[in-house]
Write a protein that binds this ligand. Structure first.
Ligand code: NDP
Ligand code: GDR
Length: 371
């Protein structure tokens, strides 16, 4: 019998890659999507199967992590072998604006799923993966960060995820559930949400190169992140639930890079060399040269500036993960390095904005770009 998976957050970056992976592996995949006033399934539209057809292996259910009745009903109906809890208000800066909602969805939402499994008597059948995060490490205690490094969360998001982390461990120990945390470091892709820093940068680079935007405003350029590719990371999620015993794993590349350097690498992909001058909120990035004859970028143009509005009340300065346990026990190895990740993201955004520019040229409305 084919395995059945239930994925919360299926409309997000990771949900889309994970759904693809599980379908390839022969699973029947159920996803929970939120009701929204506009369609919110762009990332998974290519996986859509008409529910009226026979043998449909991809099904969506309306739901929300803030509604236990809904979660219980879906789990009862689906009887999943594996649940991947990827749903969350996942933006660290926004969590300072919506702390209570973030605690509800990201913290208590996890409890609701665990309780649903217990209430329905599925503790021996249903395995659950919890999307934990390197944000748990927060204020640097030690580097590289491993499964035994102490946590010190620095945002309402991270504090909510800390509750989710420990309630997952507690249900494993209290009820013998196969419940695991993947402590994933930042992972990106062309499907990354537009307001996370890597995607914000690659989109801006594509638009600046094509004359559709003049400047990129960023916050803290000194932050260091261990960036991997989402495609590699969803493979790790699946492997975590295929182990004989339930355990928690750090998933990371072990390489860290500053935001400023990511900006330089992204511009370099389109042939533009950028150098930074100045300090703190006064720092700016200028074009040194442009080797691509398609782009009319003048040397000396200021293309990057700092806007303190993007600073966070409390920041996580340095993340670098130690993936030794996942490499040894899961046999997991990332296929992408940072250079390959940046290349793929910039290329995808260059294509995207070429298309947008054609649409605009023909009078079609193009979405506003809120950051
Ligand atoms: P995204 O922000 O791209 O996706 C989040 C998903 O959660 C979306 O499908 C969103 O729906 C859904 N969602 C939000 N709120 C609710 C809710 N109340 N009820 C149900 N669903 C909800 O995140 P990613 O794909 O990048 O990340 C997946 C998970 O992994 C998240 O939990 C994130 O916190 C965690 N994580 C991510 C890392 C990363 O670097 N990407 C690293 C470590 C952990 P909608 O589309 O309608 O908004
Ligand atoms: P992060 O990702 O907070 O690490 O959380 P994000 O890309 O938002 O920020 C990374 C670093 O870049 C700095 N930064 C900016 N960030 C944003 N978004 N916009 C800017 O303009 C900007 N300028 C500088 C930030 O201050 C930060 O230091 C992501 C999310 O996916 C979480 O859900 C996940 O848990 C963690 O990664 C691991």
């Amino acid at each position: 019998m084919a395995k059945v998976a239930l994925v919360t957050g299926i409309t997000g970056q990771d949900g889309a890659y994970l759904a693809e992976l599980l379908l390839e592996k022969g699973y029947t995949v159920h996803g929970i999507k939120r009701r929204s006033s506009l369609f919110n399934t762009d990332r998974i539209d290519h996986l859509y199967q008409d529910p009226h057809e026979k043998d449909v292996r991809f099904k969506l259910h309306y739901g929300d992590l803030s509604d236990s009745t809904n979660l219980i009903r879906i789990i009862q109906e689906v009887q999943p072998d594996e649940i991947y809890n990827l749903g969350a208000m996942s933006h660290v800066k926004v969590s300072f604006d919506t702390p209570e909602y973030t605690a509800n969805a990201d913290g208590i939402g996890t409890l609701r799923l665990l309780e649903a499994i217990r209430i329905l008597g599925l503790t021996k059948k249903t395995k659950i993966y919890q999307a934990s995060t390197s944000e748990l490490y927060g204020l640097v205690q030690a580097v590289p960060q491993s499964e035994t490094t102490p946590f010190y969360p620095r945002s309402p998001y991270a504090v909510a995820k800390m509750y989710a982390y420990w309630i997952t461990v507690n249900y494993r120990e209290a009820y013998g559930m196969f419940a695991c945390n993947g402590i994933l470091f930042n992972h990106e892709s062309p499907l990354r949400g537009e307001t996370f820093v890597t995607r914000k940068i690659t989109r801006a680079v594509a638009k600046i190169a094509q004359g559709m935007q003049s400047k990129l405003y960023l916050g803290n350029l000194d932050a260091e992140r261990d960036w991997g590719h989402a495609k590699d990371y969803v493979e790790a999620m699946w492997r975590i639930l295929q182990q004989d015993t339930a355990e928690d794993f750090v998933i990371a590349t072990g390489v860290t890079t500053r935001v400023r350097e990511f900006v330089r690498l992204a511009f370099a992909e389109v042939g533009i060399v950028v150098e930074f001058k100045g300090d703190g909120a006064e720092e700016k990035g200028y074009v040194v040269s442009c080797s691509n004859p398609d782009y009319q970028i003048v040397e000396g143009t200021e293309v990057v500036a700092v806007d303190p509005a993007y600073f966070r009340p409390t920041e996580v300065d340095l993340l670098i993960g130690d993936p030794t346990k996942s490499k040894t026990k899961l046999g997991w190895e990332p296929k992408y390095d940072l250079a390959a990740l940046v290349k793929e993201m910039v290329a995808a955004d260059v294509e995207l904005f070429k298309k947008e520019s054609i649409l605009k040229g023909h009078g079609y409305h193009v979405k506003n770009q809120y950051e």
